[in-house]
Design a protein around this ligand. Structure first.
Ligand code: ZN
Ligand code: ZN
Length: 248
């Protein structure tokens, strides 16, 4: 609900807000210095979008990011697709900056990147691999964190996938009921523990028997996506996969 309200208010106010921001402090592309946006269209287009395809759990190379047979026993995601390794400096810079930018800019930068990725002929087969008519679910923030940040950075990624014809966004299905410690501060074991019982499904009818694609900005150990996937599986979802801007 909070997300929908914020999105609605964001649409109404974003043009006014961005106009005021441009007048008060002109945006300058962090990569090339051109005025107009924190990431200009041509610089986003130059980011690597060939995809990073490894098993979401053991990180061995795997076509379409399919979970390998060994890991499939206790890893609930069928595929984990990511646009680029987090180690790529320009991608890392974008993900870091997005956390501190107004929602309008986030949507612009991520949406261009996702559109570039989806437009690559080699990546078209990925959509078929994860399933048709997908339910796209941005990993929700806890409401208190979304209030602090002002937006969910995964929402524009899901919206861009929907624009590319991957499926329909359902940001009302999954809710984060517990505010967990930031994953980046924790070890792998602590990350898994930290993400236990974090999510709940409030609209099981929307996902029952359907192919779901969970959407996040960064996927490291897969602990967050796995926790969400287990919750969705208990609610009756069909195959569940993940999509992230950066991997690692
Ligand atoms: Zn630029
Ligand atoms: Zn594996």
């Amino acid at each position: 609900m909070l997300g929908r309200l914020a999105a609605g208010a964001g649409r109404v106010g974003s043009s006014i807000v961005s106009w005021c921001a441009d007048v008060l402090a002109p945006r300058v592309c962090l990569s090339c210095g051109v005025e107009g946006a924190w990431w200009c269209v041509s610089c986003v287009a130059q980011l690597p979008v060939s995809g990073s395809f490894v098993c979401g759990r053991c990180e061995r190379p795997s076509p379409a990011g399919r979970t390998c047979a060994t890991c499939a026993r206790d890893f609930p995601l069928q595929h984990v697709i990511s646009i680029a390794p987090y180690a790529v400096a320009s991608v890392q810079q974008m993900v870091q900056m997005v956390k501190y930018m107004p929602a309008h800019d986030v949507a612009q930068a991520y949406a261009i990147l996702v559109a570039e990725f989806c437009a690559r002929p080699a990546n078209a087969a990925l959509r078929a691999a994860v399933g048709h008519d997908l339910i796209l679910i941005p990993i929700p923030l806890h409401w208190s964190r979304e209030l602090e940040r002002g937006f969910n950075q995964s929402a524009p990624i899901a919206a861009a996938l929907a624009d590319a014809g991957w499926g329909t966004v359902h940001d009302e299905v999954l809710v984060r009921v517990r505010r967990s410690a930031p994953q980046a501060m924790l070890t792998r074991a602590a990350r898994l523990e930290n993400m236990t019982d974090v999510f709940t499904v409030q609209r099981p009818d929307a996902v029952r028997g359907r192919a779901v694609l969970l959407v996040d900005d960064v996927c490291t150990t897969g602990a967050t996506m796995s926790s969400a996937a287990r919750t969705l599986r208990r609610a009756g979802a069909g195959t569940i996969s993940g999509f992230a801007i950066a991997r690692g």
